[in-house]
Design a protein around this ligand. Sequence first.
Ligand SMILES: [Zn+2]
Length: 252
Amino acid sequence: MPIKPKSALIVVDLQNDFLPPSGSLAVQGGREIIQPITDLLVSEDWDAIVATRDFHPKDHFSFASNWDQAPFSSKQFTHPLQVIDPNTQKVGTKTQILWPDHCVQETEGSELTDTFANGFYEMMAKEKKISSSSSSSSNSGIRDTIPMVVEVKKGYLVDREYYSAFEDTWGLHHTELHNFLTKRGIVNIYLVGLAYDFCVLNTAISGTKLNYNTVVIKDLSRSVYPDKLEETDAVYRENGIQIITCEDLKKN
Ligand SMILES: [Zn+2]
């Protein structure tokens, strides 16, 4: 099952803070997926490659430290714009998990992990070189005008959580991701990275809602709660997201 035409690879949050042994919100087994994901950048003929980054201000609402609560406890948040929920006639609320401080802007924890970053930024630099040398030619198609390799940051608005790389959990603020994929003519998205049960999952769900054929490469992702893997798989399937493995990509 080689990738279909018009496919994008989306590498979710492969950042130092999500990686053992020293990441502040380390996802178990996260290091095992770095090299195979780096290899995947060049082993398939992608029409677009995206690396997402969680990128929080230090007083972000999702940090337990800002509420004097324990990490991994929950808190009820109210709608950032105080919008009334028609079902309850009260300001909408959402109960979400509070996390250890992580991926704070301009810290090493927010950087893409070295091995992957080297491969990813090298591709980005190579592409810039190619597009600047070909910009004078008459053959100026999409590849000359819209970059193929981009980084998308999320989580920078202080008063709301972002799991999806497309939007915050309230669906109010949209990142540039959908616009970029649309301009590149992308139809299929393949997701890898961290974590399988949060940001990869929610990016995939947004993807299907936006009508992308959405595929998750399960063995190139790891969960915060690996003991709930079956439940997480079920959520992917309920949302029409295809679950595959790396090996499936190599089959004809
Ligand atoms: Zn975060």
